[in-house]
Write a protein that binds this ligand. Structure first.
Ligand code: KIV
Length: 289
């Protein structure tokens, strides 16, 4: 797809701001899966900055402002300390940098779990401050009431089951989930509960392939896999992982570039050129009058 957009200067009350092109909508993405069949897989990548969004936008259906920005951008040890302010600032930047993909913003830990009302206040702030199309939250059946509450009040919600990184302190790490039958059954039941509650999509992270397939068959809405299965209805990756920004990445990640070497190599050449400069002698230095 070309990254040159055609500017549509027509305005209306529904579209008061001229935009290069029409953005994908959440209902259009939800409709990709009909009667259990997804005609066109859903392409999703994380984005945290305006420039990154500009580069990814034309190639994606969904840009996720993931709370993984805690580790990727801020060097935090997990996504637990990420705040609503951080998500709002990065969400607004990604919306500014995109015209085509629908933008989703992650609800950070501690801003939605207490009650549907708390979730509504946090999600409404994200929609108002960023212009994003919807939010994503982690958790299964325990979040179903919240998903129904938000959806009924105009906020599209994507669920997230399997490995849920915000629960790292309960899970004890980032290992794949669903290794016992009971755990596998719970993941499928969690996904069903979110689907019934009105989630327009569900991220399925870090589960063995048969569970991802079972979830994808069990729910009406599209599933988006990460470390799950190519048989999900779509795929998401952390962009920096697939670009090769880090030396170590989860085993399932395919690296499409070696961006860390590119950046470090460029910095090395720049530093060498600066250090090789010959400085002017004392007699040539500037003397104020
Ligand atoms: O925070 C994030 O980037 C995510 C994706 C990995 C799905 O939740």
């Amino acid at each position: 797809m070309s990254t040159t957009f055609q500017l549509d200067t027509a305005t209306s009350r529904a579209n008061p701001t001229p935009a290069p092109m029409k953005r994908l909508t959440i209902p259009a993405i939800r409709q990709r899966k009909l009667d259990g069949v997804t005609a066109e897989p859903i392409v999703m990548l994380t984005a945290y900055t305006a420039r990154q969004a500009q580069l990814l936008d034309a190639h994606c259906d969904l840009l996720l402002v993931g709370d993984s920005l805690g580790q990727v951008i801020y060097g935090l040890p997990s996504s637990v300390p990420v705040t609503l302010d951080m998500m709002a600032a990065h969400g607004a930047a990604v919306v500014r940098g995109s015209y085509h993909s629908a933008v989703l913003v992650d609800m950070p830990f501690g801003t939605y779990e207490a009650s549907p009302q708390q979730a509504f206040e946090s999600a409404a702030r994200l929609l108002k401050d960023t212009g994003c199309a919807g939010v994503k939250l982690e958790g299964g059946a325990a979040m179903a009431e919240t998903v129904a509450f938000l959806t009924a009040r105009g906020i599209p919600v994507m669920g997230h089951v399997g490995l849920t990184p915000q629960a790292v302190n309960v899970l004890g790490g980032y290992n794949a989930r669903g290794r016992s039958q009971a755990e596998a059954d719970k993941i499928v039941a969690d996904a069903r509960a979110l689907d019934d509650a009105g989630a327009f999509g569900i991220v399925v992270e870090g589960v063995v392939e048969p569970i991802a397939i079972a979830v994808t068959k069990a729910v009406k809405c599209p599933t988006i896999g990460i470390g799950a299965s190519a048989q999900c209805d779509g795929q998401v990756l952390v962009t920096e992982d697939m670009l090769g920004m880090f030396e170590r990445v989860p085993r399932f990640v395919k690296r499409y570039e070696a961006i860390a070497e590119t950046i470090s190599g460029a910095a090395e050449r720049y530093a060498a050129e600066v250090r090789a400069r010959s400085f002017p002698g004392v007699e040539q230095t500037y003397q104020p009058r």
